[in-house]
Each structure stands twice: as structure tokens, then as C-alpha cells.
Design a protein around this ligand. Structure first.
Ligand code: SF4
Length: 336
């Protein structure tokens, strides 16, 4: 098994909001333990509003008020050292960003400046990270990397609005990986793209991961994308990881009822029967249900589910699930 590159321990990240003089706490990330390994693609799945993006912000140390780390640790491992990401000063964060850890945020327009050509964005980016290069040398680096990724050279001379959504997303990924980071954290890279374009963007991420032999943490609500690219998947619900396993296990033997709904709602080739979506709506993270937070939507909920959050049951060293019924005969499945 590969070495750990990023690990969280009982991580809690909450938004502390002041609403008309009353403090409101949004429990976006609640006691999350992750162990991300080198050279893997780790997918984080779950409905909108479950805390996925907040978790990524915490992982890249982009925590700013009203978001606060309330408890727990995030360790990034480099050169034989464990760096605690929750206590980094701004200069240390700056040094780690892009060369070690890069972040592909949701929506390319938050990265690309709409009023300058793409090559100028590359120039600004390179000159702020690589010292002593002339303007022409910088453009040569940019052109070389664009060619390496198989993207059309003309994109450098375009303004962002002249590119399609899929091409803008590819440019954003190219920019985020230009300095060959060890860890790429990507938030919904295929949102708002049609299926064919999605495939191209996912393929680009896969190619980069193969080429650089680095690690990707990828958030998307789209289970089809996870099936395509992820080695392991963490299923997130109401700020918690409720099930984690290899992609094969999550798709082949999902044990948590929420995971089962996510898988069963996927269209299947040749199967015209209605798909079963998750009943009800996700809870507000400012008012998370007691016990297992899925209980108001779960058809199997017991009294204990409403009172206590189940601990993880480890089915093997890669598969863990937090559900009272896993292992119970009633549920028709055998646990560890
Ligand atoms: Fe459903 Fe209970 Fe399992 Fe939660 S713990 S998913 S409510 S059966």
C-alpha cells in the first residue's frame, strides 16, 4: 500500500455566522478522518450541501472567517515531515500552494481573468512562482505544457469567453498542474458540462495523474465521474463520511443505505425501469438531525438511529461504514 500524503484526524470545520445578532453554527465538516495515499485518485461524493467543498477548503488550508477549524488535524506529508495544515502561517501556505498542493476550484472563471488573454494569466502565474524568467521564456514554458497535455496551442491567444466551457475547464486544470504538484484537489471539475465534454475533462485529469504520478482528491456529486476515475471513494452525508471503500466495493457492494440510493439512482444501459432517487431533502447543516443524520430519510431507521451516531464498522482494511444495521441479519447483509 502506498504512503500517506494527506491525513485528517477528527477534523471539524464549522461556519460561525451572525444572523441578526444570533450566532448560527453550520457544521459543514464534522469529525472527518481521511487517509489519502500517494498516487491514488480519492473521490468524495454526496449531494449538494453536504460539506464537500468546505472539506476541500480545509484540506488546502483556505480557511477564512466565517469558516473555522474547530477541532482535529490535517497533516500533509512531504520530505519525511508531517506538516500540520491547520496551523500554517500565510507564507508557509503560499510556499505549499501550487508546487505541493494545487486547487482546481469550481468554475473556471474564478481562475481565468475575463479581460486578459489566457497566456497573460499563465504569465502572471508563472512569474509569481518561478523567478528570473523573461516574458518570452515564460510563454515558452506555457506553450510547452499546453502541447504536452495535447491542448490546442491557439488557446493561449484567446480570451476566456472565446473558449467553450470544457476548454476553459481544461485550461484551469493545465494552470493548476503546471508546476507539477504532488497533490491536486479538484472541486466539481465537470459541473455544467455535457457528458461528452465531461469525459474529455476527466480523461485529462487521469492523463495528468498518470504522467505526474501524483495524487488527486476529487469532489463531485456525479457518481458516474467517480466510477470513471476514482480508486477509492468516500461518501459524505451531513458533514460526515458515512462509507468509504474502493470504487469496486462502493459500486459492487454498497452497504450504507445512502450509498445504495446514490448508486441505484444512476441510469443503467438498456434498463428503462424508473431509477430510485434518495427520498426527502438533505438536512440543513445548521440543524443536523440527532444520531445518524440520515435517519429522517432512511427507510430502515431504528430508534437507536435517532439517538446515537453509529461508529464505523470495518469490513476490511479499505471498507468502512457507519450504519447501525450493517452486520445485522435484518438488513440481509453480513458485516465483519
Ligand atoms: Fe439508516 Fe440507521 Fe443506518 Fe442511519 S444508522 S443509515 S438511519 S439504518
Amino acid at each position: 500500500m502506498n504512503d500517506t500524503i494527506l491525513r485528517t484526524e477528527k477534523l471539524k470545520a464549522f461556519y460561525i455566522l451572525d444572523v441578526l445578532g444570533t450566532q448560527k453554527i453550520v457544521q459543514a465538516v464534522n469529525e472527518i478522518d481521511l487517509n489519502i495515499r500517494e498516487n491514488e485518485v480519492y473521490g468524495i461524493a454526496g449531494e449538494s450541501g453536504c460539506g464537500k467543498t468546505t472539506l476541500l477548503k480545509a484540506l488546502v488550508a483556505a480557511v477564512e472567517p466565517p469558516l473555522r477549524i474547530m477541532d482535529g488535524y490535517i497533516f500533509y506529508y512531504a520530505d519525511g515531515r508531517a506538516i500540520d495544515m491547520t496551523t500554517l502561517d500565510p507564507e508557509a501556505k503560499r510556499r505549499l500552494r501550487w508546487e505541493h498542493i494545487s486547487y482546481v476550484p469550481q468554475g473556471s472563471m474564478s481562475v481565468l481573468n475575463p479581460v486578459i488573454k489566457v497566456k497573460e494569466t499563465f504569465r502572471d502565474f508563472i512569474s509569481s512562482h518561478v523567478e528570473g524568467r523573461t516574458r518570452e521564456e515564460i510563454f515558452t514554458i506555457a506553450r510547452g505544457y499546453i502541447a504536452e497535455l495535447g491542448l490546442p496551442p491557439g488557446i493561449l491567444d484567446a480570451y476566456p469567453h472565446q473558449l467553450s466551457g470544457g476548454m476553459r475547464q481544461r485550461v484551469t486544470i493545465a494552470l493548476a498542474t503546471l508546476l507539477k504538484p504532488r497533490l491536486i484537489i479538484s472541486d466539481e471539475p465537470t459541473t455544467a458540462l455535457d457528458v461528452v465534454v465531461q469525459r474529455g475533462v476527466v480523461q485529462l485529469l487521469k492523463d495528468i495523474q498518470q504522467k505526474l504520478q501524483n495524487t488527486i482528491v476529487l469532489v463531485t456529486h456525479d457518481m458516474g465521474v467517480h466510477a470513471n476515475i476514482a480508486d477509492r471513494i468516500g461518501i459524505m452525508y451531513a458533514g460526515k463520511i458515512v462509507e468509504e471503500g474502493t470504487t469496486e466495493t462502493i459500486f459492487g457492494n454498497p452497504l450504507h443505505p445512502y450509498t445504495q440510493y446514490l448508486i441505484n439512482s444512476l441510469p443503467r444501459f438498456g434498463d428503462k425501469s424508473p431509477r430510485q432517487s434518495v427520498p426527502g431533502s438533505p438536512p440543513s447543516l445548521a440543524n443536523v438531525p440527532s444520531g445518524c443524520p440520515f435517519h429522517p430519510r432512511c427507510p430502515y431507521a431504528l430508534t437507536v438511529c435517532m439517538e446515537q451516531m453509529p461508529a464505523y464498522l470495518y469490513l476490511d482494511d479499505q471498507h468502512r461504514v457507519a450504519c447501525w444495521l450493517v452486520g445485522e441479519e435484518k438488513y440481509g447483509r453480513k458485516g465483519a
